[in-house]
Design a binder for this molecule. Structure first.
Ligand SMILES: C[S@@+](CC[C@H](N)C(=O)[O-])C[C@H]1O[C@@H](n2cnc3c(N)ncnc32)[C@H](O)[C@@H]1O
Length: 273
């Protein structure tokens, strides 16, 4: 069965879905971790994931965190490609003369660990949604300048605005918000005067991913697994509608190979018009 699925997968085109589309994403977190169709987007649910779920759990010590970041243990936000993504991201930062990076909801911050390693002079601010996550980052990430608690839906962006050498990074934050919320966030960023933004979603929907996502959700449902509503995925065309009248767009690909097989590699560098 899995061989058949793999063969079909190879035959499907891995190209962008060319139209404007947003889909709901459902994920199986295992056992009875969440109630059926429960939503992930509350602070409490993220707190539970970061405290108890093996795939999302935050490290307890600096040594554990360093080793996870260095050896790329397969966990949320980490894959073998992280050092390459960080290296390419640093190239983008240097090209645009960015001296201060503010990473919005850094999670475990392993990408940021590699960014700081590649670009030690860069001033780095991390934010997170849950207080526990903020406390863990303060404990393990000693050489970043500050860690603050921030809800992207309520944030006062003016603290990061008007400065040409400051860039806000939104890495894999897209799923947490619906289309109206994302548009509102970009409107708020623009109105506050934020100049530079790097936005890298979990993915821009491809034909292959879309078909697999639907098939996987169908299989999980008939197997009676508890699926959690884990947010939204969208096409590149839909995503562009959030900023196209506010920011100039430069496409970026953080996986040098150009592959779109790895998640969170393609994105945009946005400069305020
Ligand atoms: C998929 S994780 C990405 C974390 C990290 N950037 C990475 O790539 O590993 C999504 C993050 O969004 C955060 N989040 C959820 N809702 C949020 C909100 N309203 N404001 C800010 N962050 C939020 C969660 O705390 C979580 O760490």
């Amino acid at each position: 069965m899995s061989n058949l699925i793999r063969t079909i997968g190879k035959l499907l085109p891995d190209c962008d879905v060319p139209w404007t589309l947003t889909i709901k994403h459902f994920y199986y977190f295992g056992g009875n971790f969440f109630e059926r169709n429960e939503k992930l987007d509350t602070e409490l649910n993220w707190q539970r994931l970061r405290t108890y779920h093996p795939f999302f759990k935050l490290p307890e010590t600096e040594a554990e965190w360093r080793s996870q970041c260095e050896f790329g243990k397969e966990k949320d936000g980490q894959d073998g490609c992280l050092p390459e993504k960080a290296e390419n991201l640093v190239k983008v930062l240097k090209t645009h003369n960015i001296k201060h990076l503010v990473s919005i909801s850094a999670g475990e911050a392993c990408l940021e660990y590699h960014i700081k390693k590649n670009y030690p002079e860069l001033k780095l601010t991390l934010t997170e949604y849950t207080l526990d996550n903020v406390e863990v980052l303060k404990k393990v990430f000693k050489n970043c300048e500050s860690v603050i608690k921030l809800d992207a839906l309520k944030a006062d962006w003016s603290q990061f605005a008007q400065k040409k050498d400051v860039c806000l990074l939104f890495f894999r934050l897209d799923a947490s918000f619906d289309d109206q919320e994302l548009r509102k966030i970009f409107d708020n960023l623009y109105q506050a005067g934020v100049v530079n933004i790097i936005y890298v979603p979990n993915l821009f929907l491809t034909v292959k991913f879309l078909l697999f996502e639907k098939f996987r959700a169908f299989l999980n449902r008939i197997l009676g697994k508890n699926l959690t509503f884990a947010g939204y995925f969208r096409t590149k065309k839909r995503s562009h509608s959030f900023w196209c009248d506010l920011y100039q767009v430069e496409d970026i690909n953080l996986c040098g190979s150009g592959s779109i097989k790895h998640g969170a590699a393609r994105g945009v560098f946005l400069k305020r018009m």
